[in-house]
Unconditional design. Structure first.
Length: 589
């Protein structure tokens, strides 16, 4: 049997997808994937934590717990960057232990971990922290596409197995693995490590699917996948297509394919219904990633930086220079967080027309070995340059431990897990903590833990949907929530119709659009009178309809006085964010 790990929920919570899919739909998708038959649901990692801190809306810890309540059959997984955890710099061992403990307590049962430099020695501390929690441990090697890369990986495979890995994973974020070499390499790694070997493939143009199929033939266990819309737009392996192939080959995926396609349709509507939003990866980025052998996410990041300084025409030069910088550094992987440091250096070289004339603190720390051993020897001239200046120090500030974080934020952090965010992200975490602190203060005194969890979920829904207020009554308890700043109802002005179009098709008033994804109801309940008819005169604050999400029924009130000219959707119909619901004539005529 070829067991699969689904990464859909992790990808939805990190850039460039984060924020496009409401929390309510993610929870619904979690329930569906939980019943599909996956080995693990990988729901979070470095990109998710970084995005959560930057957006400042949802605690990444609360998100894990919310997903855990929905996933009752399948273990949840987390991706960690070894000593870097989910950040961009190595951290102290005490912080590693506290962070891993918090993750396990929140519901993580499987930790996928690799060292950004492919250095097994740097995984010793994080591995011990995971083992103390009793969680499962999958250790990864980033694919090394150097001519000597496979030999180096085979040398380090038994070192990872000796650390106590349950499985060894081959990670290919750059899509550099040739499908014709996949089966040979998977088999060789399994023989060298003496434990099962899995694969996390990526790659443009269907490469990742081809690699995954060859890995399945070779007995790879597990293989990572993502739902079709994310796979085709982000260089991943489609769970739907891989399962079809695996089952067709008689290898038995054990996955309910019907559920997978249902998930794909739901997310496709949420992600790509708005055609004005750019795709996660442009065709240009995809092509450059394939040509240069650089992770597509890194290419997209470099492209954005160059566009900001009006230097987009230098993209190809920078990508070539990234590979030269890697050679100087001993060919470390270009995956996060090393990729960003390498890319900054490459951009500087190209724009300045000089190589290694300046070295920032993070690059200096990398060269001096503070981030681990690279796969090969570094350029000695570059090493010598890194020793010059800064009084012999790396100029990297020591990352605060939990005690320092507590001193920095005082009582703003209400738990150890929040202190971990401060230690990892510094001042960037403060806005998120302030928002979470405001929620804590808004909680009514004397509520039980279950009631508090319920209120937290409602607050998340309120913020995700953009509703101004929400009120529910259940079991004799009424809960009312209201945004401090009410988001204005959106009125879309009518667009001019082409002369050839029928006059009846042209909008006759302004459009009132849905502020959320949900189900549209014209009346308060079955058999009851509708709120409005076409021709009804409405006032500000008058209820127009009910919008239901997550079994919560929200009255949608008018922010505009006028006459309802048209009702644009049928009763009990699913609606999308921004979908027109009514046409209203503010003049009242």
């Amino acid at each position: 049997m070829a067991r699969l790990v689904d990464t859909t929920l992790r990808i939805l919570a990190q850039e460039p997808i984060a924020g496009r899919v409401p929390a309510s739909l993610q929870l619904e998708v979690c329930e569906m994937l939980d019943s599909a038959g996956f080995h693990v649901l990988e729901v979070t990692g470095g990109g998710c934590f970084h995005t959560a801190v930057q957006r400042g809306i949802e605690s990444p810890w609360e998100r894990i717990r919310n997903l855990k309540r929905r996933a009752t059959q399948t273990p949840l997984g987390m991706a960690l960057r070894g000593r870097f955890l989910v950040g961009t710099q190595p951290v102290e061992e005490d912080l590693i232990r506290r962070f891993v403990d918090s993750a396990a307590e929140s519901g993580i049962a499987v930790f996928r971990m690799h060292d950004p430099m492919n250095d097994p020695e740097d995984l010793v501390g994080p591995v011990e922290a995971v083992r103390e929690t009793g969680a499962r441990l999958h250790l990864g090697l980033v694919y090394d596409n150097h001519p000597e890369g496979e030999a180096r990986m085979l040398q380090r495979a038994p070192e990872l197995a000796a650390l106590g890995a349950d499985r060894l994973l081959l990670l290919d974020p750059a899509g550099a693995l040739d499908p014709s070499r996949t089966a040979v390499l998977i088999t060789a790694l399994r023989d060298a490590a003496g434990i099962p070997v899995g694969l996390y493939p990526q790659g443009p143009g269907g490469t990742s699917l081809a690699v995954a199929i060859e890995a399945a033939r070779a007995g790879a266990d597990p293989i990572s996948v993502a739902t079709y819309p994310l796979a085709v737009s982000g260089h991943r392996t489609s769970s739907e297509l891989l399962c079809q192939t695996i089952d067709g080959l008689g290898l038995e995926s054990g996955i309910n394919q019907g559920i997978l396609w249902e998930v794909a349709e739901k997310l496709d509507r949420a992600l790509f219904a708005d055609t004005t939003l750019p795709p996660p990866l442009s065709a240009h980025v995809s092509l450059q990633a394939a040509l240069k052998g650089v992770p597509a996410g890194l290419v997209a990041g470099v492209e954005r930086r160059l566009e900001a300084i009006d230097a987009s025409d230098r993209l190809s030069e920078v990508l070539d220079e990234i590979q030269r910088v890697r050679e100087d550094l001993g060919t470390p992987p270009a995956a996060s967080p090393l990729g960003d440091v390498i890319a900054r250096q490459a951009i500087d070289h190209v724009l300045e027309g000089r190589r290694w004339h300046a070295i920032d603190g993070e690059m200096r720390a990398l060269i001096r070995g503070e981030w681990g051993r690279p796969p090969a020897a570094m350029n000695p001239e570059v090493v010598a340059l890194a020793e010059v200046g800064n009084g012999g120090s790396s100029s990297i500030p020591v990352l605060a431990d939990l005690a320092s974080a507590r001193a920095e934020v005082g009582e703003l952090a209400t738990s150890e897990e929040e202190l971990c965010l401060v230690a990892l992200f510094g001042d960037d975490a403060v806005p998120l903590l302030e928002r979470l602190r405001g929620r804590h203060q808004a909680m009514a005194t004397g509520v039980t833990n279950d009631e508090e969890e319920r209120i937290r979920g409602l607050v998340d829904l309120l913020e995700e949907t953009g509703l101004g207020e929400l009120e529910i009554e259940e079991g004799g308890v009424r809960i009312s929530l209201r945004q401090q700043t009410r988001i204005q109802q959106v009125l879309a002005a009518p667009t001019a119709a082409a002369p050839a179009e029928a006059a009846a098709a042209a909008p006759s008033g302004q459009q009132i659009v849905s502020p959320m994804v949900g189900t549209f109801y014209r009346s308060p309940g079955p058999g009851e009178s509708v709120f409005v008819e076409e021709g009804t005169r409405v006032e500000v604050g008058q209820v127009l309809c009910i919008l239901e999400a997550m079994k919560l029924f929200n009255e949608f009130k008018s922010d505009t006085a006028g006459t309802i000219k048209r009702i644009l959707v049928e009763d009990a119909t699913a609606v999308e964010f921004g979908q027109p619901l009514f046409e209203i004539d503010p003049s009242g005529s």
